[in-house]
Write a protein that binds this ligand. Structure first.
Ligand SMILES: *[C@@H]1O[C@H](CO)[C@@H](O)[C@H](O)[C@H]1NC(C)=O
Ligand SMILES: *[C@@H]1O[C@H](CO)[C@@H](O)[C@H](O)[C@H]1NC(C)=O
Ligand SMILES: *[C@@H]1O[C@H](CO)[C@@H](O)[C@H](O)[C@H]1NC(C)=O
Length: 381
């Protein structure tokens, strides 16, 4: 464990992030894991992707939008520098972009060095669906998209070149991965009342439905890709909450109550996506069961080369969880492990690059998708 010390302003950042919710060798080791590296290479041209979500798919939005520096060890693998991702390296969406042979998505709010020729990423760390008009809720992200769209089309009429056109927006893939922070907030305010958690789910799913149908579909989007929510009961952050006994732990050591909340969310989401698929006949909406992929990672962790299924790499306090609610990753006095590839969890909430790589490769098998559509379907054309 290495110890780091940051100036006090870090504490503020961590609080915000929380409330809103050399190593190349290891990388090559990771590829020898029990994973089929599915590759979907685009032959029909550059794919175009618009992504909406929270920290699970934020490729630099919070850093650009709020001006927060997110320093090393975030991004220490692959990038070797901070990119605004809350991870030691790449996120699931980065691996999905790699599989289509396209560059990583530029955050919509990143003013310098962005390249929006393959789409844009509207995901922002800490985002929820509700309240609707609070930055950067899903609704606001979709409004930002509409602005991006109308501005692209307008500028094209003014003689600007290299912009996405009507047909590009129609052919693009629209990805949504949100809900984790809504569920997190629901559990916090429920204070042990599970019925209250359940009551918070329908309005959240309604927001996702509105984003797909009212906002995106009505504006020409036809291809959607929706991730369900993670088994939060397996997060070191949740496991480290003091408890009287272990009766809430399941056979794999995850908290049943949190996971039951996530499962209830997913079951509702899945029903609504099925209904939307029937209703929007000329649209393709793929529902991806991220929960099962991530739960399997915990259950069968050694099969994927992970020694530590519940212990964060970056945190404080050592085993079993290396998670302390007052000293989180990047907080004053945090510690970080040397080899994050042995950990499923990077910081107690977010997954390590090694885990994201496995998750992405499982997504690409289509086994967890409904309908089972190959990812190259989303190549331009
Ligand atoms: C933006 O990305 C496209 C597709 O990857 C590439 O062809 C183009 O050269 C890039 N533009 C800049 C300015 O880097
Ligand atoms: C773990 O792996 C075994 C063998 O591949 C499989 O049968 C089982 O369903 C997996 N466990 C979970 C929770 O997915
Ligand atoms: C968190 O860390 C501080 C400082 O080491 C310690 O005093 C406190 O007891 C820890 N909290 C828990 C719940 O372990």
């Amino acid at each position: 464990m290495r110890k780091f010390q940051f100036q006090p302003s870090w504490v503020t950042l961590i609080l915000v992030i929380q409330s809103v919710a050399v190593l190349m060798i290891f990388q090559s080791m990771v590829s020898f894991r029990f994973v089929r590296e599915a590759k979907a290479v685009c032959t029909g041209g550059t794919p175009i992707i618009f992504n909406f979500g929270d920290s699970n798919s934020d490729t630099g939005g919070i850093m650009a939008g709020m001006g927060y520096p997110i320093p090393l060890p975030e991004g220490r693998l692959h990038f070797g520098r901070s990119t605004g991702r809350l991870c030691d390296g790449r996120l699931i969406i980065d691996f999905l972009c790699e599989s289509l042979n396209t560059h990583y998505l530029s955050p919509y709010l990143e003013a310098l060095g962005s390249n929006f020729s393959n789409g844009a990423n509207f995901a922002i760390c800490g985002s929820r669906t509700l309240p609707r008009m609070q930055a950067f809720a899903l609704y606001i992200q979709t409004l930002q998209f509409l602005h991006f769209r109308s501005r692209s089309l307008y500028l094209a009429t003014q003689g600007h070149t290299g912009l996405l056109g009507e047909q590009d927006f129609r052919n693009a893939l629209y990805m949504i991965d949100i809900g984790q922070n809504d569920m997190d907030a629901a559990f916090t305010e429920a204070n042990g009342n599970f019925q209250h958690v359940l009551s918070r789910i329908p309005p959240v799913i309604e927001e996702i439905k509105t984003a797909i149908k009212q906002t995106l579909y009505e504006n020409g989007a036809r291809k959607f890709w929706v991730h369900n929510t993670s088994p939060m009961g397996c997060f070191p952050q949740k496991l480290a909450i003091p408890r009287n006994d272990d009766t809430d732990l399941d056979e794999h050591g995850c908290l049943k109550t949190y996971n039951n909340g996530a499962k209830a969310f997913n079951s509702h989401l899945s029903t609504v996506i099925d209904a939307l698929s029937l209703e929007l006949k000329d649209a393709t909406i793929v529902y991806v069961d991220i929960y099962s992929i991530k739960y399997e990672l915990v259950a069968n962790h050694s099969k994927y080369g992970f020694d530590n299924r519940y212990m964060a790499c970056c945190g404080h306090g050592g085993p079993p969880y290396n998670y302390n609610h007052s000293i989180t990753c990047m907080g004053a006095g945090f510690q970080v492990c040397d080899d994050g590839s042995k950990h499923i969890s990077w910081d107690g909430v977010h997954y390590s690059e090694a885990a994201n790589r496995v998750v992405a490769s499982k997504i690409l098998t289509t086994e967890y998708s409904r309908p089972r559509i190959n990812f190259e379907f989303f190549c331009k054309g």
